[in-house]
Ligand binder design. Structure first.
Ligand SMILES: Cc1cc2nc3c(=O)[nH]c(=O)nc-3n(C[C@H](O)[C@H](O)[C@H](O)COP(=O)(O)OP(=O)(O)OC[C@H]3O[C@@H](n4cnc5c(N)ncnc54)[C@H](O)[C@@H]3O)c2cc1C
Length: 512
């Protein structure tokens, strides 16, 4: 028998769980399949930037995430050094106080590992109605004009079943089988480096600052490696590079060799680290040529793989999932035309390009000075990437002139269409659940306009000068904010016909 579902999500990593969570909370029927037995057991992506925390706030999970990442509020230090007690080559981040984002968000960043964040996302996705099946993999997929037919296989029993979905979100990771099946190519660089991941327990005394996230990029005479503490007391991740071109494989790094490297990295020659997990991965920088093929959308690492320097892979996966979720929900509710779904690629692919290229520049600076970064786009400010990003698509009515930049200064947000609506104390809780019309000082003519818009548009009057200046509105003006908290359009001044204007704007940005 064929099972019917509105959206099938393939993969329950950060990208798939984000799509599942936001789709389910938007009232969409969603089935998620994951070939592993559960969520990630390794803390891989440790770090939720302010944008991710804003999305989590709207999903009602930010407090739980902060509760499992006690280091987050204490600070961040990033150091390039020869070893933990060796020569400091650069201090990239002193204590985190340089990250002043108070002009555009009231929410803190998080530092939780993927192993603890994914279970929270999963629990809330299921609470909102998402069905999630582990040990279940997608083995075939075909689409026609009306939907997608997917064949699933249970990995224990081998039993096959068929699901018919209106849309598929492929969040099946960097080697995405769905992407390959669709014939979507990727461009970029493979095998930039090869890393081992070693999780170990040891008492390092004062080598690492307690309480804060203390991240090191080590350029030791004998190796290059990442090194970071975790939320578990006395637990660390050591990630040295290895070199297949010199004939090395992960198997060459036996217990004694890893212990010797950890001793050298920490400058503690008598340390007895207890190794609890080891793994290996290839660092690559690749972008899918397309993010959409008909009814199938690539999300997270399936759409782009980025070097970990900058901690943006997981955050981008969560952002992708949230983006495709609100757009699919709008189309499935009949509020938007199919072309809204094209804006997923139009908005998220340039964003992914910016993330990948900036991570490559970071990699050159922190670990691999010889890396050739000619021919890629420039590095952007990490705060700008997180909170000052700009979308250009038909789901935004941009204002001219366009300065051509990809991010704006987060210390001076402008409220222009295409940029994130600043999450001020007066606005953050009004956003993120529906279309919102924020009116400066006077909403008397906007309220009836919102009520007659033909879809849910929440109308709020905000009467404070900080809001008016950060959103660029005169009294009687209004900003139309999308369900993802991005400004779609604004009337800086009062307009003649608010109802007619708002309807025209919504028709345009929803492609209907
Ligand atoms: C060591 C390391 C450190 C990192 N640090 C950071 C960081 O600090 N910050 C950050 O933001 N990012 C970081 N990242 C990157 C981050 O982990 C990834 O970008 C993120 O996990 C991508 O999520 P995803 O859901 O797209 O893919 P994945 O997490 O890879 O999930 C894909 C899932 O799909 C499943 N799957 C695949 N094929 C099928 C199929 N046919 N059927 C069913 N299921 C399938 C897989 O089992 C997998 O669970 C790091 C990565 C590594 C390796």
């Amino acid at each position: 028998m064929t099972e019917r579902v509105q959206v099938l999500v393939v993969g329950a990593g950060l990208g798939g769980l984000s799509a599942s969570l936001f789709l389910a909370q938007a009232g969409v029927e969603v089935l998620t399949v994951e070939r592993h037995a559960g969520t990630s057991i390794h803390p891989r992506a440790a770090g939720q930037n302010w944008r991710t925390m804003e999305l989590f706030h709207w999903a009602g999970i930010d407090r739980e995430v902060l509760a499992v990442s006690p280091r987050a509020s204490q600070g961040l230090r990033i150091t390039v050094a020869t070893s933990l007690a060796g020569r400091v080559l650069h201090r990239l981040v002193e204590d985190g106080s340089e990250f002043d984002v108070s002009a555009t968000t009231t929410l803190p960043a998080g530092m939780a590992g993927q192993d603890v964040v994914e279970p929270i996302m999963l629990a809330h996705a299921e609470k909102a109605g998402a069905r999630v099946r582990f040990r279940t993999e997608l083995v075939d997929l075909e689409q026609d004009a009306d939907g997608v037919t997917a064949t699933l296989r249970h990995r224990d029993t081998g039993e096959r079943s068929v699901v018919r979905a209106d849309y598929v979100v492929a969040a099946d990771g960097g080697r995405s089988g769905v992407r390959q099946r669709l014939g979507i190519g990727t461009t970029g660089m493979d095998a930039l480096s090869h890393c081992l991941g070693v999780v170990f327990d040891a008492d390092l005394g004062d080598r690492v600052q307690p309480g804060v996230t203390d991240l090191f990029y080590l350029q030791h005479g004998d190796f290059t490696a990442g090194f970071v503490n975790t939320d578990v007391p006395n637990r660390y991740v050591f990630a040295p590079d290895y070199f297949p071109e010199k004939g090395e494989t992960p198997a060459d790094f036996d217990h004694d060799r890893l212990v010797a490297m950890i001793r050298a990295a920490t400058d503690l020659p008598d340390l007895r680290p207890e190794i609890v997990w080891t793994g290996s991965w290839e660092v690559a920088a690749r972008l899918a040529d397309r993010f959409r093929s008909g009814r199938v959308f690539l999300v997270g690492d399936a759409a782009k793989v980025t070097p970990p320097t900058g901690g943006m892979g997981g955050n981008t996966a969560i952002g992708d999932g949230a983006d495709i979720a609100w757009k699919l929900a709008a189309v499935l509710r009949g509020e938007a035309g199919d072309a809204l779904l094209d804006t997923y690629e139009a908005e998220r692919r340039p964003y992914a390009r910016m993330v990948v290229d900036t991570s490559l520049h970071n990699m050159k600076q922190r670990m691999h000075p010889g890396l050739d970064v000619s021919g890629i786009t420039k590095a952007e400010d990490p705060l700008g990437i997180a909170l000052g990003f700009r979308y250009r698509s038909t789901a935004v009515l941009a204002e001219e002139p366009d300065d051509g930049e990809r991010v704006e200064d987060v210390h001076a947000p402008t409220g222009r269409p295409g940029f994130r609506a600043p999450g001020l104390a007066s606005t953050v809780d009004l956003l993120g659940h529906s279309w919102v019309l924020l009116c400066a000082g006077d909403g008397s003519r906007w309220e009836p306009a919102a009520a007659s818009a033909g879809l849910r548009v929440d109308c709020h009057v905000v009467d404070d000068d900080v809001f008016a200046s950060r959103y660029g509105l005169a009294k009687g003006g209004a900003s139309l904010v999308r369900p993802d908290g991005v400004v779609a359009w604004r009337a800086k001044e009062p307009v003649e016909d608010p109802a007619g204007t708002l309807r025209q704007v919504l028709d345009a940005v929803l492609s209907r």
